[in-house]
Design a protein around this ligand. Structure first.
Ligand code: DGY
Length: 329
């Protein structure tokens, strides 16, 4: 009998997904969910033809060089800035991600973070829990209006469009967007979204929502100069990636009330959080959970697993990020 191909599942995942992988592969797993160093990850990859990773595992030229047997790495995330895709392509390694299955869930969360930020939900809850609430006051935790206001979305991919639909159709908001390329006229009409320059968006939005993928070009899309262009009453929400915002500059702007508030699900150097962000009250902080519903995280894990099976048994990944030659099973 032919032995099963060996794969690595680099982080803990749903046991049922692990079991389904074990039907097809020899699986080394990490259900204790240790975060391995790059050297340990490289070592664990030895002898594996496939790997399932999350956004926390970096796949770079050094790891690929040490593992010439590797044929596919399936990321359980739509974002893939942890992958050096050109190096993977050069090494003949298939890269895949998990688009679509998390779009609406992540857009829901973007909206939840916007609401919590604008309406000061966590700040007021902390006040209540601290026993400080003694009377009703006319301006208690008065926040920013959401319905009927202007949202500016930077990054108008699938998730950005989901947020635009919620904003326009659910909350009667005026939707502006900025993106590398314009949407088709049909999509703009469906999202009721108007394309503007980044500067016009920053200057006129009541709420700025960041949904742009991380790359060298999008590093610090929002820094001190951009924060200075925003309205003093505006809020900023980042559900994209750490590094899109200059967190130190943002903490300064929040402390100085240069903008009203921010909601952040992602951070530069996470899981570390810039210490100055922890000191300001006008920021809502969540630990990178925008796609985290049970149903969606299961769908992401399943799609990553399906990519491994599809590529290693049939030579074709379901949601590939690159084209590699010699992919036949
Ligand atoms: C993604 O899918 O990119 C999310 O950020 C989860 O890591």
């Amino acid at each position: 009998m032919m032995s099963k191909p060996s794969i690595l599942v680099a982080r803990a995942i749903f046991p049922e997904v692990l079991q389904s992988l074990a039907q097809v592969f020899e699986v080394e797993s990490n259900q204790s969910d240790e975060v391995w160093s790059p050297a340990e990850l490289t070592r664990r990859m030895q002898g594996k033809v496939g790997a399932l990773t999350t956004g926390s595992e970096r796949i770079d030229a050094a790891l690929l060089q040490a593992n010439p047997q590797l044929r596919i790495v399936a990321n359980m995330a739509v974002g893939f800035n942890n992958f050096d895709v050109p190096a993977m392509t050069a090494a003949g390694v298939q890269a895949s991600n998990t688009p679509d299955v998390l779009t609406e869930t992540t857009a829901d969360f973007g909206f939840a973070l916007l609401m919590a930020t604008a309406r000061r939900i966590t700040e007021s809850e902390h006040y209540l829990r601290a026993g400080l609430w003694t009377k009703w006051s006319y301006d208690m935790f008065a926040g920013a209006e959401v319905h009927g206001s202007t949202i500016g979305i930077i990054g108008m991919g699938r998730i950005g469009q989901g947020i635009a639909r919620r904003a326009a159709h659910g909350f009667g908001m005026n939707v502006l967007y900025h993106n590398r390329s314009r949407l088709s006229a049909e999509l703009e009409a469906e999202c009721k979204a108007r394309y503007v320059s980044k500067q016009a968006l920053l200057q006129s939005a009541d709420h700025v929502m960041l949904v742009v993928p991380y790359s060298a070009e999008s590093h610090h899309t929002i820094g001190a100069a951009e924060l200075a262009q925003m309205k003093p009453t505006a809020t900023l929400v980042n559900i994209a990636r750490g590094g899109i915002v200059d967190d130190a500059a943002l903490a300064k702007a929040l402390a100085a009330r240069q903008i009203a508030a921010a909601g952040l699900d992602v951070f530069e150097g996470e899981p570390s959080v810039h210490p100055d962000l922890l000191k300001v009250p006008n920021v809502v902080l969540t630990p990178h959970i925008a796609s985290s519903t049970v149903k969606t995280r299961l769908a992401m894990a399943q799609l990553a697993a399906d990519n491994l099976v599809a590529y290693l048994t049939r030579g074709q990944a379901l949601t590939p990020l690159n084209t590699v030659t010699g992919s036949a099973a």
